[in-house]
Design a protein around this ligand. Structure first.
Ligand SMILES: [Zn+2]
Length: 64
């Protein structure tokens, strides 16, 4: 297994690309991945990911 696969997991639920499709996020410290099921959390409750994803603290929750 390629070494990079160890980091290819959802920042929120930790499922790997072997289990679910992942979207790549580029942040100030490098790259991260998030799965489609956790993407709404990033959009609506970004504060929940502050400790896991650098820069998230600057996001405003999307209100609807
Ligand atoms: Zn996830």
């Amino acid at each position: 297994m390629p070494a990079q696969d160890q980091n290819t997991h959802c920042v929120n639920c930790s499922r790997t690309v072997e289990e679910v499709p992942l979207l790549m996020l580029v942040h100030r410290a490098g790259n991260a991945y998030i799965c489609p099921q956790c993407l709404p959390i990033l959009i609506h409750q970004p504060q929940e990911l502050v400790s896991k994803l650098p820069g998230t603290e600057a996001l405003q929750p999307h209100e609807h």
